[in-house]
Structure formats: structure tokens, C-alpha cells
Design a protein around this ligand. Structure first.
Ligand code: NAP
Length: 240
């Protein structure tokens, strides 16, 4: 019997892991010049909004969609939640769990990047920004702070006046994160609540460095979710 045609909206470790477990078509946005490609069939680039995605699902005879995008890729997630019912295709959101503060953590939870930029100057002056290059603009007006920013690709203006950029793609080791924080005399870490491997949070805890934690955007109402790749594999299997 032929496999169901399943579309995985990817760009994450979980998306790649799922593509390694079941035959799927993986979709990447095409943001990075050298993306980590999942196994199997891959398509790259936007669909052209909700209408474009509906058209794609119909033309490609897709029978199920797993949205395994990053927890902060809210536009893509919203588009999938609108397009799938129109095309009559079941949708599962695969999201790794967010982080939970542990003893020793000093976290300032904020609802978004603008709120993070508001609280940072009151928490520290030497800022390690790990929210991704598209988020740097939110901090561009903070002239009183020095920033170390880490992203896969170089950021584009507007950026903070006092900025050093380090390029890199995780996962990072605890030792390397500790060394980076110490070498740059970081006194506040800014991160999205991405979940997953978290050596930077372990290093910040060990060094007593406070963290500004940007909360996840809400998920669309009524869409089933899975927290693990195993659960997503089961969901696909039960579709028959
Ligand atoms: P976004 O703001 O939610 O989406 C913006 C537009 O990019 C979407 O409307 C869609 O264009 C296109 N797009 C996004 N994800 C896509 C995918 N997997 N396949 C095809 N088109 C996609 O997305 P983003 O935050 O820029 O993230 C882009 C990609 O990077 C995602 O795949 C995400 O998983 C990955 N990523 C994001 C973050 C983050 O912090 N946001 C971190 C790590 C990885 P159309 O409207 O034209 O369809």
C-alpha cells in the first residue's frame, strides 16, 4: 500500500527527526543559506500565504500535515491552522515542551521581544542575545547596553550601536557556554522559550546570571498538539 502523503513544516530538530522516522515531504522556509536538510523529499520556500498553502495541499494531494516549525514561527503555524481545514487535511502541531525554571534560576518572563527590550536595561548592561537574527531589531534602541548576539546568519540593520556578533548553530556544550559568558562578562541572557537543549541556561544558572525569557506565542485554538516525535509518528500511523 502506498504511504500517505504527509507534509512536515520543518526547520527544527523535531522536524528532521520525524522525517527520519516516516516518509514525508519536509518544507523549509529557506531562511538560511546552508540549511540542515532532513532526510527524504524536501521543498524550500514559502507557499504564498494561506491561499498558497491550500493550493499546494490540493495540488500535491497531501493527506496530513505536521506543523513541526519552531515555537516562535507563529505566522506559519497560523497559516497551517487556517489552510488545513479548508483543504480538508488533518493537522497536528508538534511542539517540544518549553523550559521550566529550576532552583538557582533568576528568570524574568516577558510576553514578547518588545517587553524584553523594556526590561533588559534594568537587569544588566552586558547582554547575551540568543533570540535569533530577526529579533535583534527590537533591541536596536538600547544605546546604554553592550550586546553579544549569536545567530546562524549575520544580522541585518537595524542593530544595537554596541554589538558584537558571533555566528553559530547549536547545540552548544555547557563548557563552551560558560566560557563565552565569562569571557564577555555577560550579566544578562536573553532567550526565547524555545525548549530543547539548554546549555546556555545551565551555564547562566551556574554563574548566577539572570535570564530574560520571552514567552511563546499562543497556539491557534482547537489544533491537536504532540510534545514528542514518537507521538507524532503514532498520530500519522493511526491515520492509516
Ligand atoms: P514565520 O514568521 O512563522 O513565517 C513567515 C513566513 O515564512 C510564512 O508565512 C511562510 O511563507 C514562510 N515559512 C515559515 N516556515 C516555513 C516552512 N517550514 N516552510 C515553508 N514556508 C515557511 O517563520 P519564521 O519565524 O521566520 O521561521 C522560518 C523557519 O525557521 C521555520 O521553518 C521555523 O521552523 C524555523 N525557525 C524559526 C525560529 C524562530 O525563532 N522563529 C528558530 C529556529 C528555526 P508563506 O506565507 O509564503 O507561506
Amino acid at each position: 500500500m502506498p504511504h500517505l502523503r504527509v507534509l512536515v513544516l520543518g526547520g527544527t530538530t523535531e522536524g528532521r527527526a520525524l522525517a527520519g522516522r516516516v516518509p514525508v515531504i519536509s518544507s523549509l522556509a529557506g531562511r538560511t543559506s546552508a540549511p540542515l536538510l532532513p532526510p527524504g523529499e524536501v521543498r524550500i520556500g514559502g507557499f504564498g500565504g494561506v491561499e498558497g498553502l491550500v493550493r499546494y495541499l490540493r495540488e500535491e494531494r497531501i493527506r496530513a500535515v505536521v506543523d513541526a516549525t519552531h515555537p516562535f514561527a507563529a505566522t506559519m503555524t497560523g497559516h497551517a491552522a487556517l489552510a488545513c481545514p479548508v483543504a480538508g487535511v488533518p493537522l497536528l502541531v508538534l511542539r517540544r515542551p518549553g523550559w521550566t525554571a529550576q532552583p538557582g534560576d533568576v528568570w524574568h518572563r516577558v510576553p514578547g521581544l518588545a517587553a524584553a527590550a523594556d526590561v533588559v536595561p534594568g537587569v544588566g548592561r552586558r547582554v547575551f542575545l540568543t533570540t535569533g537574527r530577526q529579533s535583534i531589531a527590537a533591541f536596536a534602541g538600547l544605546d546604554g547596553c553592550w550586546f553579544l548576539s549569536r545567530s546562524v546568519e549575520p544580522p541585518v540593520p537595524p542593530v544595537p550601536r554596541q554589538l558584537e556578533v558571533v555566528l553559530g548553530r547549536g547545540p552548544f556544550s555547557l563548557g563552551a557556554e560558560r566560557e563565552l559568558l565569562l569571557r564577555h562578562r555577560i550579566d544578562v541572557l536573553v532567550t526565547k522559550d524555545s525548549g530543547g537543549a539548554a546549555a546556555k541556561l545551565d551555564a547562566a544558572r551556574a554563574l548566577g546570571i539572570p535570564v530574560v525569557m520571552v514567552d511563546r506565542p499562543p497556539l491557534p485554538a482547537g489544533v491537536p498538539t504532540a510534545g514528542t516525535v514518537d507521538a507524532a509518528v503514532e498520530w500519522i500511523a493511526q491515520l492509516g
